[in-house]
Design a protein. Sequence first.
Length: 104
Amino acid sequence: MLLTTTNTVEGHRIDQYYGIVSGESIIGANVFRDFLAGIRDFVGGRSQAYEEVLREAKDTALLEMSQQAERLGANAVIGVDLDYETVNGSMLMVTASGTAVRIS
């Protein structure tokens, strides 16, 4: 499954549009991780724990979107957009959306 943020795929023709597909992932950050991230934020540097959670949420959302596109018969998703939000201050939500297409 090809995923791209562009609306076309160079060297390929779009044969069929299947419509909008999406995938969502909501992941909670535990208290211990929050505590360590707070210390890291206080002393400076990157919060590896949060980066891993963010990466996991993104990968899950992209996978769900790809699976939805495959069920429709698509072999690519174009115009992919990722949206990141916090829910209740302790949950991270990542949404991936795009247009499922068949390319040749």
